[in-house]
Design a protein. Sequence first.
Length: 292
Amino acid sequence: HAKEQGKARLEVFDESLRARAMARLEIEAGLREAMAAGELELHYQPKISLADGSLYGLESLLRWQHPVLGTISPATFIPIAEQSGLIVPIGEWVLNTACRQAAEWRSRGHEFVIAVNLSPVQLSSPSLARVVDDALRDSGLPPAALCLEITETAIMEDPEAARRVLQSLKALGVKLAIDDFGVGYSSLSKLKYLLPVDIIKIDKSFVDGITDCPDDRAIIAAIVSLAHELGATAVAEGVETEDQANALRALDCHVAQGYHFSRPLPAYRCFSQSEILSAASPALSPALRAPT
Ligand code: C2E
Ligand code: MG
Ligand code: MG
Ligand code: MG
């Protein structure tokens, strides 16, 4: 009896493994078509200056509207895109689309800095700097209006190589941000690799604990003062409550981003600063809304 149960469990296990493998293959095959089929789109999440509630910039976040499966999260398909190498053409599409969109907004007088996430796979591609340069030239976007977000973990995988790439990107005149900072176990001696970085994004896991956990608050205080020392801007990600925003402001954190202010918005809702700020969550205190 026990043996039969064991066998049944094993079959169930096999079934779910097979289902997952199928899902993976389906996602991979679908991804190959998605770009051409126009199923990929970028949403844009506001970054808010904590001092005055003004718009600091927008982060582009990839969305896949699958015709059958619905919206698929980047957390699901980016790892598959990375393992299959598809992240390289997809990443190129993201850079071109974000730069073109930002240039269009600029032509209407809205000078947002636009951030694009880079995968570690793109970071180790020898054509990255050329791809970024092409996206800037083709769109006419000034380099300083583009910010590239690279995770701390990606940099620390091979700090020497990352530093060379970061310097080649920096030489184009773009801004560099280190994403999900604080979870990558950088030792102090490795911090010199961060030197060309303009922005340090404090990982959401610390922001989650800022009001209740003294350790998280202390880590955020340390990252903010590190950013100040490096002449960089500190940005807190994943800010969900007003208490968190107030605590970050009290610690002198410059910029915050999160559902408290706004979810990522489709491009058509990012028409102007006041439109973006009024699309933001009703939780956003009136004092933080930009003067109209
Ligand atoms: P990330 O760059 O750290 O982006 C932040 C993620 O947190 C986004 O998830 C965003 O929607 C979400 N978020 C923002 N505010 C809040 C909040 O207050 N609460 C919570 N719970 N979540 C919040 P998303 O869009 O699902 O993206 C997940 C990750 O996928 C990104 O993390 C990034 O690493 C990757 N990604 C997204 N777009 C791209 C892309 O174009 N290229 C590459 N290579 N990676 C991308
Ligand atoms: Mg990011
Ligand atoms: Mg992040
Ligand atoms: Mg994060």
